[in-house]
Write a protein that binds this ligand. Structure first.
Ligand code: SF4
Length: 459
């Protein structure tokens, strides 16, 4: 049974066992919706392979495709700018803002702009960039960072958002989602009309035609890019598709995998500025050419930012996005961030993984995330990071000893279960492992036996 088949069966079993879908945890519900949405179509595995092949072709011909893309963009009246790193990208935005005497900007969701720290850079120079995606708006209002690349306010309940709106906006507290949305909508409408600049990301750039494709559900991208006179689009250089004919496949895949929708509510195709308006495209490298030159990790540039690997990751689902400490969390971040910034600074990331392989079995464009993570661990040790110090080496050698024989493994599990049962009676509990054990309850030892017993019974 493949990992994907196993997950499919398990989500079904869980769904049946839990009765109505509303009883399932939120994270599992979204995963289940996404999976059902994909498995509802017979050609899903074929689509996945096709998407993988197109992205591989794109990376193999990236130089030619970028030339074709930029020539077509310029022919259509876009102003194309190149940024080697975050600093240069931010400086380019500042120069444009100065040129247009801009003081305010409305911003549609853009992971590249998060990556380059655009909001803080502009705020320090007296320019306000207001997030207009509802999740990003909430997170910005709370002074927090997004916790997920697709659903940035995933960590907040409607009650917490109601309280936040009451505190920050001085409105009556409510936890009715429709009322909260209407309130944000009313405030943002005004801001769209007043802003000097509009920022957006780019989901797909079509090399053949010089077209920018952006997808969304809320209408804020449409307003951010059309209300202000100047639109600046940030695009990672890998976000290309060779032909317009490739786009429908990705428009089908991205929402199905990201949010469990058959299609996003709005799909925008930009083919040049309207009269009297200006459109800039900032092509951001920020470590991507370095990643492209690395045959072991080049495949991470195939990513279309659907977020599905995060929804499936058992570690991400426990610790959330902030624990990773970088803009891109989950399995994607564990491979992408070290590829962009180097393993020396980011060595901890590949170790935030149980190596279960769920991400590899589900990734929309078939990136072998799990094996990349293993290779990055080796690289971290070779690079002389603390991952390879004596204590770590002794821990893992010891771990390997106990895991490499059936009898030793069973003995270990017996010891762990006994330890968990006895721990509450120890005088130094719950400070045993500092903040980790203070903030968490001990896992329950299942009465009906281990996973191995369950597996034996099931088969
Ligand atoms: S790595 Fe794959 S599953 Fe994860 S966000 Fe990227 S495309 Fe989606």
């Amino acid at each position: 049974m493949s990992g994907a088949e196993f997950l499919k069966e398990e989500t079904r079993n869980l769904s049946e066992a839990n009765g109505p879908k509303s009883l399932l945890p939120t994270s599992l519900r979204s995963t289940e919706t996404a999976l059902n949405c994909c498995w509802a179509i017979d050609q899903w595995t074929h689509w996945r392979q096709q998407a993988h092949d197109i992205k591989q072709y794109t990376l193999a011909h990236l130089d030619e495709l970028l030339d074709q893309f930029t020539a077509n963009l310029e022919r259509k009246g876009f102003k194309v700018l190149w940024a080697a790193d975050a600093e240069e990208a931010n400086q380019l935005v500042l120069d444009i803002a100065k040129k247009h005497n801009a003081k305010t900007a409305v911003k549609a969701k853009s992971m590249v702009s998060e990556e380059i720290g655009l909001n803080h850079f502009l705020a320090d120079r007296g320019i306000t960039a207001l997030e207009t995606d509802l999740g990003e708006y909430i997170v910005q209002l709370a002074g927090q960072r997004p916790t997920h690349i697709v659903t940035p306010a995933l960590h907040l309940s409607k009650e917490e958002i109601g309280k936040l709106f009451a505190d920050k906006l001085g409105v009556k507290e409510t936890s009715v989602p429709e009322e909260l949305t209407a309130l944000a909508r009313k405030i943002l409408r005004q801001k769209f009309c007043e802003a000097d600049l509009g920022f957006s990301g780019v989901n797909f750039g079509i090399a053949e035609t010089g077209t920018l494709c952006l997808v969304e559900n809320e209408g804020n991208i449409g307003l951010s890019t059309s209300a202000p006179k100047v639109h600046i689009a940030f695009m990672g250089i890998e976000k290309l598709l060779p032909r317009l004919a490739d786009l429908p496949l990705f428009l089908n895949m991205l929402p199905r995998m990201g949010t469990g929708q058959k299609l996003t509510t709005y799909t925008h195709l930009f083919n040049g500025p309207a009269p009297g308006r200006e459109m800039y495209v900032i092509l951001v490298d920020n470590g991507r050419t370095k990643a492209l030159a690395d045959p072991e990790f080049r495949q991470i540039l195939q990513c279309i930012r659907c977020g599905l690997c995060m929804n499936h990751c058992p570690v991400y689902r426990q610790v959330g996005g902030w624990a990773y400490g970088w803009v891109y969390p989950g399995p994607l971040g564990e491979v992408l961030v070290p590829s962009l910034l180097g393993i020396e600074k980011t060595w901890k990331l590949p170790f935030a993984c149980s190596l279960c392989g769920a991400c590899t079995s589900i990734c929309t464009v078939k990136i072998d995330l799990a094996h990349c993570i293993v290779k990055l661990r080796k690289r971290a040790v070779k690079a002389g990071t603390p991952a390879g110090n004596l204590l770590q080496t002794l821990i893992w050698k010891n771990y390997a000893f106990w895991m490499q024989s059936n009898r030793r493994f069973r003995l270990t599990m017996f010891g762990v279960k006994t330890g968990i049962r006895l721990a509450p009676f120890l005088p130094w509990h719950p400070n045993m492992l500092g903040a980790w054990t203070r903030g968490r309850a001990l896992p329950q030892v299942p009465k009906e036996g281990s996973f191995r017993d369950w597996w034996k019974k099931k088969n």
